[in-house]
Ligand binder design. Structure first.
Ligand code: G6P
Length: 612
């Protein structure tokens, strides 16, 4: 999704902004641009990658110490040079970059056209630029005040940054529904604006989070944050947890691969200080104050999108099995608009790696509007969802840069497991059972390490399947969501069509697709449903389907039946999704690499979807 970087300080702004934009590439985008002040406003923007923009700038460096930059993920209008940000007003004296969507842009556009404004782009953003210009001209207000006033007329979401040739020692930014932070380095008189901490962390770890409805004016000697009513606010400076190494590839060809193999560590970090089989204890600090509410809930509604939604489905199985509390799992985008029936005693649990997904955030607000407690499971510390939920648990999985979520998924499932066990502790689960389950959790990182050894086998296998055009992923029980997640991984990064299904449901439709051309992946672990899954495998084989099975390391029963067998260590059923998903992550990764796909930045996708 779109990214914003802004700089004011003593250094060359172009270099800092271009580097910052490169750090934001992982979010997904299709054009990039910068505006740098140097007496006048110098703007360069073009379709394509940040590197291509950097090449253009090599021929003619834009000097100046104040500027803004943007990576655009097209919503309104094609990804081309004209629609790329920044956008400038007609007099060419201020430039603006924008994340989010201005929903009333057509009305604004018509009104401004009536007032003589000429539109050059198809974007919603251009309406905001002319609106600010119009307010400034018709009221004689300063640029800052004109921005504030114009933003009150905007319906929709925005994170914006603005520079003005008339006031070269100033950077203005504002947000509503689209994240923005200020990186602070007062000792050097320099400040950084960004939509994402990863563009700031190489310069400073001291940041101020902007909230919705806040506007910031940054100058070399300091900054001032105001709310919509023009009241100055005292903002706290936070320390970022992540450092530079964590957002670099460290020798791996792709972030996705790095993040897959990091999982023993990310899972250990996720559990660190939270569980102990010796003390038979689980401590989830972020939920301590709301534990009774959670344990006494009548119903839990989990809301999320994409991979996080799949983790939520595993959560449903976990919480219902252990805590015996009914759970519903909803797509956040559906929940937010269907006036969900929420009653006293319900608890909403949202899951979001980025903590910025617009639909999930809207679900948080919908629950709050209905006075229902809402807790979050997020990876990004200080993210909007983390701040707006009443309580929650961080993943502590470290930054996830690859667009296809891997280590965040396993950490989400792990957090949900710990929550389910905590809810069951002393009620629906005996001390002995709890201890046994905690032991299984403690062994998890080691078993994950074991599964990572399958990398070579799966790379070889991928050679065979790289030309397939359709895949079917099947699993049951805890591993039905894993089938969905495996299929999602493949389609996201290799662009091969893939579907996940509950294994038994296959005979109600997908069975019609089975032939020699379509690989069928079964998660066939020796759990409660194993016998049934084998029957489903037989049904596929009987129709000449090509089966790849993921099963337990000591199980050779499937060798004759299946074309390929992938073996993973035996593990308690409730933890099996965390192991079973790993070969599927590898498979998607290798097939995508073999097909020459851009694994970390797949076409059309965004890491953090901050628009509806
Ligand atoms: C995007 C990403 C997915 C992710 C989903 C939800 O679609 O491409 O990988 O699962 O958003 O993101 P979240 O940050 O809320 O978990």
């Amino acid at each position: 999704m779109c990214g914003i970087v802004g700089y004011i300080g003593p250094k060359n702004a172009q270099e800092i902004i271009i580097n910052g934009l490169k750090r934001l590439e992982y979010r997904g985008y299709d054009s990039a641009g910068v505006a740098i002040l140097n007496g006048t406003l110098q703007v360069r923007k073009q379709k394509g990658k940040v590197n291509e923009l950097a090449d253009t700038l090599k021929h003619k460096t834009l000097n100046g110490q104040v500027g803004i930059g943007h990576t655009r993920w097209a919503t309104h209008g094609f990804p081309n040079d004209t629609n790329a940000h920044p956008h400038v007003n007609a007099a060419d004296d201020f430039a603006l970059v924008h994340n989010g969507i201005i929903e009333n842009y057509q009305a604004l556009r018509a009104r401004l056209q009536g007032r003589g404004y000429e539109f050059k782009t198809q974007t919603d953003t251009e309406a905001l630029v002319h609106l600010i210009d119009d307010v400034r001209k018709s009221t004689g207000l300063s640029l800052e005040k004109a921005i504030s006033q114009a933003l009150t007329q905007v319906v929709g979401t925005y994170g914006i940054a603005v520079v003005s040739a008339n006031d070269p020692d100033m950077l203005i930014a504002a947000r509503k529904g689209s994240p923005l932070i200020l990186g602070v380095r007062e000792e050097e008189n320099e400040y950084f604006i960004s939509s994402d901490a990863s563009a700031v962390v190489e310069h400073t770890r001291r940041v101020v989070y902007l909230n919705d409805g806040e506007l910031i004016v940054v100058r070399r000697d300091g900054f001032e944050v105001k709310n919509i009513d023009d009241v100055t606010l005292q903002k706290e400076i936070h320390e970022l947890e992540w450092d530079l190494e964590q957002i670099e590839k460290e020798g791996y060809p792709h972030f996705m691969l790095k993040e897959i193999v990091e999982q023993p560590e990310s899972l250990a970090n996720c559990m660190r200080g939270r569980i102990s089989s010796e003390d038979n204890a689980i401590v989830l600090g972020g939920l301590i104050d709301v534990l009774d509410e959670l344990r006494n809930a009548n119903r839990i509604i989990i809301c999320a999108c994409g991979t996080s939604w799949h983790a939520g489905l595993v959560g449903e199985y976990l919480i219902e099995e252990f805590a015996r509390i009914p759970v519903e799992v909803e797509y956040a985008s559906e929940f937010r608009y269907r006036d969900p029936i929420l009653n006293k005693g319900d608890v909403v649990l949202v899951i979001s790696q980025s903590g910025e997904t617009a639909d999930t955030l809207a679900a948080v607000r919908e629950a709050k509007r209905k006075d229902i407690p809402v807790y979050g499971i997020c990876n990004v510390v200080g993210s909007t969802i983390a701040r707006e939920t009443d309580a929650g648990v961080y993943l502590h999985a470290g930054p996830e840069i690859g667009v296809a979520s891997t280590k965040a998924f396993t950490a989400q499932v792990l957090v949900l497991t710990m929550i389910a066990l905590k809810m069951a502790e002393g009620r629906t689960m005996s001390n002995e059972e709890l201890r046994e389950n905690l032991r299984a959790l403690e062994e998890l990182p080691e078993k994950v390490q074991e599964v990572l050894k399958l990398n070579d086998q799966i790379r070889e296998m991928s050679e065979v399947f790289r030309y397939a055009t359709n895949f079917l992923y099947l699993g049951r029980g805890y591993n039905f969501p894993v089938a969905l997640e495996g299929a999602l991984k493949l389609k996201e990064i290799s662009y091969i069509h893939a579907e996940g299904y509950p294994a038994a449901e296959m005979k109600h439709g997908p069975i019609a697709l089975i032939d020699r051309q379509m690989p069928v992946i079964f998660i066939a672990l020796k759990d409660r449903t194993y016998g049934k899954v084998v029957t489903n495998i037989e049904e596929v084989v009987a129709r000449h389907g090509v089966v790849i099975a993921i099963t337990d390391s000591d199980n050779d029963e499937l060798d004759d039946l299946c074309e390929y067998v992938i073996r993973i260590p035996a593990i308690s059923e409730f933890l099996s999704p965390i192991l079973a998903v790993l070969p599927l992550q590898f498979l998607a990764y290798h097939i995508a690499v073999l097909r020459g796909c851009d694994v970390d930045q797949p076409r059309n996708l965004a890491k953090s979807v901050t628009v509806e």
